[in-house]
Write a new protein. Sequence first.
Lengths: 117, 111
Amino acid sequence: NAGVTQTPKFQVLKTGQSMTLQCAQDMNHNSMYWYRQDPGMGLRLIYYSASEGTTDKGEVPNGYNVSRLNKREFSLRLESAAPSQTSVYFCASRTPTGTSGGWSEQFFGPGTRLTVL
Amino acid sequence: EDQVTQSPEALRLQEGESSSLNCSYTVSGLRGLFWYRQDPGKGPEFLFTLYSAGEEKEKERLKATLTKKESFLHITAPKPEDSATYLCAVRGGGSNYKLTFGKGTLLTVNP
């Protein structure tokens, strides 16, 4: 059980280049999320997918697109990278119900560190 | 709009010196308050979920408590391995899927 995996771990892009960040989970979770984490800003939600076949914008979606390929995989695409997108990107997944019967916790991947020059 | 403020931004303790981290929140109908630990270069690791005022959860040297306006993460007799950034997040009643995170408290425990 690998949990949430992300590839690549590190990436350097030039302004205007495109790339796709990959995320997969093997916990049979329905919901998946993409966050970015910047110094002094905390974690901010980019996009989420409540279930297979659905995606919705989060707090900072501009410049990004997502694809929920199947229940396991949720990818994040930068079509034309900008220096403002330099950040650490985290993918997370969540079961419908938590251990206490309420809304469950999110499980995070190890992150992708992206630098846009 | 849901808001989360964590204090202090950074805290330095000596091994064995107990203290508390604060998470103040503003939400419309709290559906859950979450504590995470994040080590450098890694993703956040789940610690606790609290749902209602008065609730408490414990794990080893950590104890989380919740009131109607804030949550505390109490650290008793910390060890150097407790050094990390501690994140607080809330889920408000107006959002089915979104968590709002605070900026975190960087805890350093010196031997």
